[in-house]
Design a protein around this ligand. Structure first.
Ligand code: AMP
Ligand code: MG
Length: 398
């Protein structure tokens, strides 16, 4: 692994470019039941197996008529939603009909019941009926044999609902990767146990795992490893062989007991980038070993989470089918003054509400308590100097 000096750090923009170049679509696809398909992306076009609607459908409760010159019609029957009848209406005849029911082939208009005076077996239409009014045409939403949804469509609840209206129960989607989350550090103790002097609770693996779950990458497993070269090497080797993505927390910096970089080099991992001119998260590493991508995030919890949002999530979304994914950006008026020190780009934890944004106190990369109440990250590029209250600034919504 190349150890860079400050001058050789890449910029945030360069790092994002490298992420994008290395986030090509997952070649692995699967046929997935729609019930478990939310958040997956179609890996092929879905062809409609039926017309939707499958018959000319009444859009109203009212009367289906075969139009003629007078507004008087004689009533010859009734069609309820779900009925299979298709009576023949002569000119001047009508049937009582309900929303969703099949309009007889011989009817050319549905008059809503509010516009009709009923008189036993006769009706009088109060307006001038229009040809095909209140009739949903056959195949209006989707025609048999045509593309219902295109490859690349994200299966949201509406898309799943729509495919189900076509009688479809499963779809071909890009697979989500299997992911290992590894927390490194001798000082780390699982929450629930007691702490000795010098120890802290291990929080990154749970935080990253629930982040992955939240964005739909449930196929993740967490591991812990002490700051020991051989254990680190063994666990990395094992997870690289068995997972699509390995996310490491800690041990990637320049300390004497940071073994992640050395172990990745030993395993012949190709470094895609290491160290970004940013705060927090300078020692972020991104690499590839065979088919597995490796992110080594800084151990400081707020830095690890920032890097997850900006880099890891982008990689995951893009490789799983959202090929042009960008985080949601907003423009807002700053409620805070902020003076940037140094020439690294910064991601500042902030709170956005109704067009205003406040840069929160406590931006240190170790401070999760600020992140816990943040809902946005304000991005300050490396050449930006300060934010003045009232400035219009950009932020990423979390
Ligand atoms: P490192 O990147 O390993 O040098 O760790 C940087 C800082 O983050 C140190 O203060 C660590 O104790 C802390 N840290 C590292 N890993 C974790 C973790 N999994 N949970 C909580 N804090 C951590
Ligand atoms: Mg450490």
């Amino acid at each position: 692994m190349v150890r860079h000096n400050e001058l050789e750090l890449i910029t945030v923009e360069e790092a994002i470019k490298i992420i994008d170049l290395n986030s090509s679509l997952n070649q692995k696809t699967e046929q997935r039941p729609l019930l478990k398909g939310e958040g997956f992306v179609l890996s092929e076009d879905v062809i409609s197996p039926i017309n939707m609607p499958p018959f000319r459908q009444s859009a109203m409760d009212g009367y289906a008529i075969n139009m003629h010159d007078s507004n008087q019609y004689s009533l010859i029957g009734e069609i309820q939603a779900g009925d299979s009848k298709n009576p023949t209406l002569k000119k001047g005849e009508a049937v009582r009909i309900f929303t969703g029911a099949a309009v007889p082939d011989s009817a050319n208009c549905v008059v809503m019941q509010e516009k009709v005076i009923r008189n036993k077996r006769e009706i009088e239409v109060q307006n001038n009926p229009l040809l095909q009014a209140n009739i949903r045409p056959l195949g209006e939403q989707s025609k048999i044999g045509e593309i219902a949804l295109k490859k690349g469509t994200l299966l949201n609840p509406a898309a799943i609902g729509f495919l189900t209206t076509l009688g479809i129960t499963s779809a071909k989607v890009y697979k989500k990767p299997s992911i290992a989350v590894i927390a490194t550090g001798n000082e780390l103790v699982a929450a629930g146990q007691s702490l000795k002097h010098g120890q802290i609770y291990e929080s990154n693996s749970l935080m990253l795992s629930v982040s992955l779950n939240k964005y739909g990458y449930q196929n993740n497993e967490t591991y812990n490893v002490p700051d020991d070269y051989n254990s680190t090497l063994k666990l990395l080797k094992n997870t690289i062989e068995n997972k699509d993505i390995v996310i490491v927390s800690g041990g990637i910096s320049v300390g004497d007991y940071d073994y992640v970089g050395k172990a990745l080099t030993e395993l012949k991992t190709k470094e895609l980038f290491y160290k970004i001119k940013q705060k927090p998260g300078k020692p972020l590493y991104f690499g590839k070993n065979n088919h597995t991508f490796i992110f080594a995030l800084p151990g400081n919890p707020a830095a690890a989470l920032s890097c997850f949002y900006i880099y890891v999530l982008r990689h995951l979304k893009r490789m799983c089918g959202e090929s042009s994914y960008e985080p949601k950006q907003i423009e807002a008026t700053s409620n805070s003054n902020y003076l940037k020190k140094g020439d690294r780009a910064q991601f500042l934890k902030a709170f956005y509400q109704e067009g205003k944004i406040e840069i929160l106190e406590g931006q240190s990369s170790s401070m999760l308590h600020t992140f816990a109440i943040a809902n946005a990250l304000v991005y300050l590029s490396s050449d930006a100097k300060e934010i003045v209250k009232g400035d219009l600034i950009n932020a990423i919504l979390l």
